[in-house]
Design a protein around this ligand. Sequence first.
Ligand SMILES: Cc1cc2nc3c(=O)[nH]c(=O)nc-3n(C[C@H](O)[C@H](O)[C@H](O)COP(=O)(O)OP(=O)(O)OC[C@H]3O[C@@H](n4cnc5c(N)ncnc54)[C@H](O)[C@@H]3O)c2cc1C
Length: 383
Amino acid sequence: MRAIIVGAGIAGQAAALRLRQAGWETLIVERAPGRRGGGYGVTFGGIGYDAAERMGILPALKDRAFITNELVYHKPDGRRRFSLTRETIAATIGNRSISILRGDIETVLYEAIHDTTEIRFATTIKAVDQDEHAVHVTLSDNTTEHADLLIGADGLHSTTRALVFGPEEKYRLDLDHMVAVYMLARKPSGIAEGTTGTLSQGGRTVAVINVGDGRNVAFFGFRSNHTAGHPTDNPHTILPQVYGDMNWIVPEVLQGLESAGSIYFDTISQIVADRWSHGRVVLLGDAAWCVTLFAGYGSALAIGGAGLLGTALETNPGNIHTALTNWETQLRPEVAKKQKLARRVKGVYAPANPLALWLTQLPLRLASLSPVRSYMTRRYIKG
Ligand SMILES: Cc1cc2nc3c(=O)[nH]c(=O)nc-3n(C[C@H](O)[C@H](O)[C@H](O)COP(=O)(O)OP(=O)(O)OC[C@H]3O[C@@H](n4cnc5c(N)ncnc54)[C@H](O)[C@@H]3O)c2cc1C
């Protein structure tokens, strides 16, 4: 059996790994000229953690996980508002969950597959045709590849989805926010080693994560409006425009834009599709269901979804249709739950007025109190 996978992100590479383990031959086509790397910090747990354990990559992921010593919430003038300690953070994420950079998950997957899966970089798909025996895929280098299954793991703006399921507008639900992420060449002076600092003010959030190994990630999330908030906006112009009046370390972080290698900049949007497969073509990861960073679960679903897809194909040999139907039935409730959660979080993320901000931070302030922390540690870590 052979699968062509579009996209060498977390979903695509996890699918290649799991399908190889199920005895499939795999080819990945990736639009970028090389491995992308970089990225923001994610909490990786739930079904992704379980699948990573079954797939044998959990030890490598744990090796690259980082621990945040303190998460400090700042006031607009830069003073500390309150903070969560290492123990509280551990208690909130639970004991079957890790913090890791998105790019490091990709690296772990790449190391697990690169000997057995060809990744054709600087290549995309141009056309898809299928019959009852195979799927035929025309690539941008004008070659045609044939396979039993085509997996569209090409992210929020998936070309596979556009070619087979219809235009993106039919499926994209914008959550009225934009996100920008880039690596900083050096640690801002106001961020201590191994800590994360964050400030939320007037519908805008900014955070800097110091991973503790010399890497620093700058994160911006803000409500979009008429003047700012289109994927075609230039982050070099728009970020100083939106954040230019903020204090604390913000001016220093904005300066880091100039030397940032690549900048992730996009709308925060979900993909809502009533089916994820069409014959021999299946969507996986953000291409199928993008739950958004508000859910904090996209990487987990990408690896968890790939794991379950491999198992469904393994247990239904020769019957792709049944495998895909069973897989979707099994996974859909988890995705629906996380999409719903993200839509709720949207309403309380980076609130514009100070009272709303105080109320949304209240649970975190409570979590930072010693009795609550002890309870959470007992309940989630030791229990
Ligand atoms: C700021 C932020 C914070 C997040 N925090 C968390 C978190 O705490 N926990 C969590 O679990 N998740 C989190 N997520 C979500 C998570 O990062 C994503 O859901 C996950 O990485 C999805 O991976 P993917 O492989 O489906 O898509 P992508 O990462 O978008 O990968 C798609 C790949 O396909 C390639 N591609 C695109 N188009 C084509 C094409 N036409 N042809 C060939 N290749 C193509 C791209 O270059 C890319 O390599 C966060 C996301 C963001 C933005």
